[in-house]
Structures are given as structure tokens and as C-alpha cells.
Design a protein around this ligand. Structure first.
Ligand SMILES: O=C(O)CCC(=O)C(=O)O
Ligand SMILES: [Fe+2]
Length: 231
């Protein structure tokens, strides 16, 4: 594990997931993506998602007005609900949000024991996290104008939980985190887990840089990241 002493609450595990875990999770996420494409939304609406104060005045930060569509999907043996935001962080970035334990896809449920064990080892599972409520985000970054889309500077919204955990499962990326005075770039290999808690989660903002693509197919999904939030 790596810690950055100037960034309290950030824990970095470059080799948390095996190649086969990553592949299984990528297959699971792409399978859900495919089902979403063929499904009919039960609701489409505009919402205001106020961004945390720290980033509210950023001119290239996230737009607070969002449009999302809600879907119910089969995920054997249950069915799950999710909300789909196209172009969440900008063009080419699609965010799929599953709120609550009942809406966790099976492919991520089976990874939870390992994640919980890690949280316990870090002493992050305190009393109010002992029966956690999970949030799960799938980020699909598409090929857009010669690049793999990124995610501009933001602070994860409070609703996403007190600890957020990013799993990098398809392709490497550069993650950047800053508090205005200090900026750290962290290279995320495939299989990495980056855990944000405390100050790093609330007082620092982060982003993922777009990267040059090696492909040439507009709209192809080139990077998937999965984010678990616990509350
Ligand atoms: O894709 C990533 O690596 C980061 C995603 C992220 O910051 C988020 O979902 O809030
Ligand atoms: Fe984030």
C-alpha cells in the first residue's frame, strides 16, 4: 500500500485486483452496458446536482445540471435499478449509478468481502459503517476525438458515501488530486484500488486526465472504472 503523507485519508493499492478479477468485472460492466443499450428507460429527467462548495466556482468543473434516465435491468437472479448520465464529466464519459445494496450488480457483490477486509484493516469500518449501505458507480470512458475521455476536477458528492473507492479495471490512467497548494499525480495501473477518505475525500478535488487513444473508433469504450461508496 502507498500513502501520501501530505494527503490524509488517501490509500493507494497499485495491485489490489488480479488480472482475472479485472477481466471478470470488466465483462460484468460491459454486459450491463449492453443491456442498457437494449432497454427502455422508465424515466428521463433533469436534475440539479449541486457540486460541493470547494469546486462550485471552478469554471472547468462539472456542470450541476444533469439529465439522467432510469432503467430496471435483469441481473440474474434479481433485477436492479440504475441511473444513467450521458456526458456526465464531459463528452465521452457515461456514468451509471446504482444506489443501495439491492441494486448492486452480482459481479460486484462477490468482490465486497475483499473490499470490506481492506476497510477493516485500515480501521475505516467504525460503528456506523458496520452495516454498510453501498453506492456503486460504473464509469464508461469512450473514444472521443482521438482521445480516451477523462473526468474533470470534482469532489465526490456527499451522497456517494464517506469512503469512496476507485477500481481501475481496463486501462491505465493518470489520476490527479489537489488541494490548491499541493498537487499529486498518481499513475493508476490496471488492478489498482484508490481509496479516498477523510480530508482527501472532502477537502481535495480530483480528476482523471484524458489520454491519447491508440484506437480509431469514435464512441468505443476504452476505459472502465468502478467506484464503490460506503455509508
Ligand atoms: O475513473 C476514475 O478513475 C475516477 C472516477 C471518479 O473520480 C468518480 O467516479 O468519482
Ligand atoms: Fe471522483
Amino acid at each position: 500500500m502507498h500513502m501520501y503523507k501530505e494527503i490524509p485519508g488517501l490509500h493507494f493499492f497499485p495491485e489490489f485486483l488480479s488480472a482475472s478479477d479485472c477481466q471478470a468485472m470488466l465483462d460484468g460492466a460491459l454486459c450491463i452496458h449492453k443491456r442498457l443499450k437494449n432497454a427502455v428507460s422508465s424515466l428521463t429527467q433533469r436534475v440539479d446536482i449541486p457540486q460541493p462548495q470547494l469546486v462550485q466556482n471552478d469554471k472547468d468543473g462539472l456542470n450541476q445540471q444533469k439529465t439522467f434516465s432510469r432503467y430496471t435491468l435483469p441481473d440474474h437472479p434479481k433485477s436492479i435499478q440504475c441511473e444513467v448520465f450521458s456526458n456526465y464529466g464531459g463528452e465521452g464519459h457515461q456514468l451509471v449509478y446504482c444506489r443501495g445494496n439491492e441494486n448492486l450488480p452480482c459481479f460486484i457483490e462477490i468482490q465486497l468481502p475483499k473490499v470490506i477486509e481492506q476497510l477493516q484493516a485500515l480501521n475505516l469500518v467504525t460503528e456506523n459503517l458496520s452495516s454498510p449501505s453501498w453506492r456503486f458507480t460504473m464509469n464508461f470512458y469512450h473514444h472521443h476525438k482521438g482521445q480516451v475521455a477523462g473526468f474533470p476536477f470534482h469532489v465526490d458528492i456527499p451522497a456517494n458515501g464517506v469512503v469512496t473507492m476507485i477500481m481501475n479495471i481496463q486501462r491505465e490512467a493518470t489520476f490527479e488530486i489537489t488541494n490548491g497548494q499541493c498537487t499529486e499525480a498518481i499513475h493508476l495501473p490496471v488492478g489498482a484500488l484508490l481509496l479516498l477518505s477523510g480530508e482527501s475525500r472532502y477537502q481535495w478535488k480530483h480528476r482523471v486526465l484524458p489520454t491519447r487513444s491508440t484506437e480509431n473508433k469514435e464512441s468505443k469504450i476504452e476505459r472502465v472504472s468502478l467506484v464503490l461508496g460506503i455509508k
